[in-house]
Write a protein that binds this ligand. Structure first.
Ligand code: ADP
Ligand code: 5SP
Length: 498
C-alpha cells in the first residue's frame, strides 16, 4: 500500500494527515501556534513556530501508524495565504511574518491604488486590499527600512515551511496569485508592478505548478520525523485552492464554503479573461491553467473562536453550541456582524468593527452563540449573492473547515444559502487537497480529477427547509443594513482602539 502526506498550515494550527492510496485517512496530528497582536489590526506569527509545529505533528502522526517510510510516495502543502515572510541572504527570517488578517496597511493600499489603480486590477485581477502581500512589503519598506535593506527574498508561509524541510525555494501559482505581484493570466511575476514599487524581480521566488516536485526531504528533517530521507516533496497550494481540490471543485458546477479562521465562498473558473471587476478575488487554481473566484469573510471561525475564548474559555465548541439548535432562526431578534478585524467581501473596510444589535434581557449565551453563527453565515451569503448576480448557479455547496463539524451550522448554511449543503466524510478539505496534490504529483494518479474520484467521499447532505429559507431572507435584508448604519460610528470609535 502506498501513502501520501498532506500538511495544512492553517492560522490556528498545522494539521498533518497520512492518506492511503484509496483515500482513507490512516493517521493525523495537529499542533497549534500563537498569534501575536501587538497593536489593534496587527496579526503576526513566528515562521519558526510553523516549522517546529509541523515537525512535531509529523512525529506524532508517524508514531500512530505502521506505514513504512519507503511507502510514502510524496508530501505536499496547503498554506494560509498572503502572509509576508522576509528572508535575508542566508534564508533566515528578518522579522515575524505579517499575516493575511493584518490590516495595518490601509495607507499603503491607498497610495498603491492611486499610483497604479486600474493597471494593478488588470494585471493581478484583484483590487488592492490590506490582506494581500504587496502592501505588507511596502509597509516594511516604509516603516522598517533597516530590515528591508537586509531582505533578499520574500516567501509565503507554506513556502517557508517547505524551504526549511527541503532546502528548496519555490512558490506555486495559486499562492503567488495572492501577492498582488503576479500577472495572473500570464502566470509570471509582473515587472510593471515590481518596478512601480521598487521591488527587484530577484526578490520574487521561482514559480512552480502545485503538482511540480520541489525537492526532497532533508536528512535532518527525515531523522526527526521518522520519514524517509529523499521523500519527494511537491509544491502544494494556497489553502483555498487546496480546499477546493479536496472538495472536488475541479470544474464549474459546485461551490465551496470553507469556515476556518476566515470564511470563503469559492467557485471554479475556466476563463482567464472573466472579469468580476475586483468585487471578488480571482486567483490561479492548484489545478494547472485553471482559476477560481472567491469572496472572503475575514472573521468567520475566528468570530466563534473569539466568542468561546471570551465567554466559555474552558468549554469545547460542542459544549458551547449544545443548545443553539433549540433556538429558532433570528436568535430571538439578535443580529451579529462578524467584522472583528474589519472586512473584505463585500465591504473592503479595515475600520469597520463587529456589532451585536438587538440585545434583550431574555437572551442567554446560547442566543449569542446562535447569532454569531448566523452573522458569519449571512456574511458568506453576501458572497453567494455576488456570484448569483454575476450569473453563476449556486445550488450545491460543499462545506469544509472547522465550521463543518457542527450539523446545526450546516443546516443553517442550507437554509441561508438556499442550496443543498454537502458535508464530506472528513472536514480536512485543505489537508486532503494537499495530499491529493502529492498523489497526483508522484504519479499515483494521472491527474487531480482521477485522484478526486477515489479520494473524495461525500457524507451527510443538508437540504434547505423552505419555511426557514423565507425567515432567513427577511433576516438577511435586515443584516445587510447594519454595515452602512455602523460605518460612521466605527470611524468615530477608531481613535479609542488599543
Ligand atoms: N466542533 C466545532 N463546531 C463548530 N465550529 C468549530 C468546531 N471546531 C472548530 N470550529 C470552528 O472552526 C475554526 C477552525 O477551523 P480550521 O479549519 O481548523 O481553521 P484554520 O485552518 O484557519 O486553522 C474555529 O475557529 C471554530 O470557529
Ligand atoms: O486570506 C485568506 C484568503 O484570501 C484566508 O482564507 C487565508 O488563506 C487564511 O485561511 P484560514 O486560516 O482561515 O484557512
Amino acid at each position: 500500500m502506498k501513502y501520501v502526506i498532506g500538511i495544512d498550515l492553517g492560522t490556528s494550527a498545522v494539521k498533518t494527515i497520512l492518506v492511503n492510496e484509496t483515500g482513507d485517512i490512516c493517521a493525523e496530528a495537529s499542533k497549534s501556534f500563537p498569534l501575536f497582536h501587538e497593536k489593534a489590526g496587527w496579526s503576526e506569527q513566528n515562521p519558526d513556530d510553523w516549522v517546529t509545529g509541523t515537525i512535531g505533528a509529523l512525529q506524532d502522526m508517524m508514531a500512530l501508524t505502521k506505514a513504512s517510510p519507503e511507502d510514502i510516495a510524496g508530501i505536499s502543502y496547503s498554506g494560509q495565504m498572503h502572509g509576508l515572510v522576509l528572508l535575508d541572504q542566508e534564508h533566515q527570517p528578518l522579522r515575524n511574518a505579517i499575516l493575511w488578517n493584518d490590516t495595518r496597511t490601509t495607507k499603503q493600499c491607498e497610495e498603491m491604488t492611486a499610483a497604479l489603480g486600474e493597471d494593478l486590477l488588470r494585471i493581478t485581477r484583484n483590487r488592492v486590499l490590506e490582506g494581500f502581500t504587496l502592501p505588507k512589503i511596502r509597509w516594511v519598506q516604509q516603516n522598517e527600512p533597516e530590515i528591508f535593506e537586509k531582505a533578499s527574498l520574500f516567501l509565503l508561509p507554506k513556502d517557508y515551511l517547505r524551504l526549511k524541510m527541503t532546502g528548496d525555494v519555490h512558490m506555486d501559482y495559486s499562492d503567488a496569485a495572492g501577492t498582488l505581484l503576479l500577472d495572473v493570466a500570464k502566470k509570471e511575476w509582473s515587472s510593471t508592478i515590481c518596478e512601480a514599487f521598487d521591488i527587484p524581480l530577484s526578490f520574487c521566488p521561482p514559480l512552480a505548478d502545485s503538482t511540480d516536485q520541489t525537492g526532497t526531504l532533508l536528512p535532518d528533517v527525515a531523522a526527526k520525523t521518522g520519514l524517509g530521507e529523499g521523500t519527494p516533496v511537491f509544491a502544494g497550494g494556497a489553502d483555498n485552492a487546496c480546499g477546493a481540490i479536496g472538495a472536488g471543485i475541479l470544474t464549474s458546477g459546485k461551490t465551496m464554503c470553507s469556515i476556518g479562521t476566515s470564511g470563503v465562498i469559492l467557485a471554479h473558473e475556466e476563463d482567464a479573461s472573466r472579469d468580476f471587476e475586483g468585487k471578488v478575488h480571482f486567483f490561479n487554481h492548484g489545478k494547472k491553467n485553471a482559476f477560481y473566484t472567491m469572496g472572503v469573510t475575514l472573521s468567520a471561525g475566528h468570530s466563534l473562536q473569539w466568542f468561546k475564548e471570551t465567554f466559555a474559555e474552558n468549554e469545547s465548541f460542542d459544549q458551547l453550541l449544545a443548545e443553539v439548535g433549540d433556538i429558532p432562526p433570528g436568535a430571538g431578534g439578535l443580529l451579529y456582524t462578524p467584522y472583528l478585524v474589519g472586512e473584505r467581501t463585500p465591504h473592503p473596510d479595515s475600520v469597520i468593527r463587529a456589532s451585536f444589535i438587538g440585545m434583550d434581557s431574555a437572551h442567554t449565551r446560547a442566543h449569542f452563540a446562535r447569532a454569531v453563527m448566523e452573522g458569519i453565515t449571512f456574511s458568506l451569503q453576501e458572497s453567494i449573492n455576488l456570484f448569483r448576480n454575476e450569473g453563476k448557479t449556486v445550488d450545491t455547496v460543499i462545506s469544509i473547515g472547522g465550521g463543518a463539524k457542527n450539523d446545526v451550522w450546516l443546516q443553517m448554511q442550507a437554509d441561508i444559502f438556499h442550496a443543498k449543503v454537502v458535508k464530506l466524510q472528513n472536514e480536512q478539505g485543505p489537508a486532503m487537497g494537499a495530499a491529493m496534490i502529492a498523489a497526483a504529483g508522484s504519479g499515483l494518479f494521472h491527474s487531480l480529477e482521477e485522484c478526486a474520484a477515489v479520494f473524495i467521499k461525500e457524507g451527510t447532505v443538508f437540504m434547505p427547509n423552505e419555511e426557514r429559507v423565507e425567515q432567513y431572507k427577511s433576516l438577511f435584508s435586515i443584516y445587510q443594513t447594519v454595515y452602512d448604519q455602523t460605518k460612521s460610528i466605527n470611524e468615530q470609535l477608531q481613535p479609542f482602539r488599543a
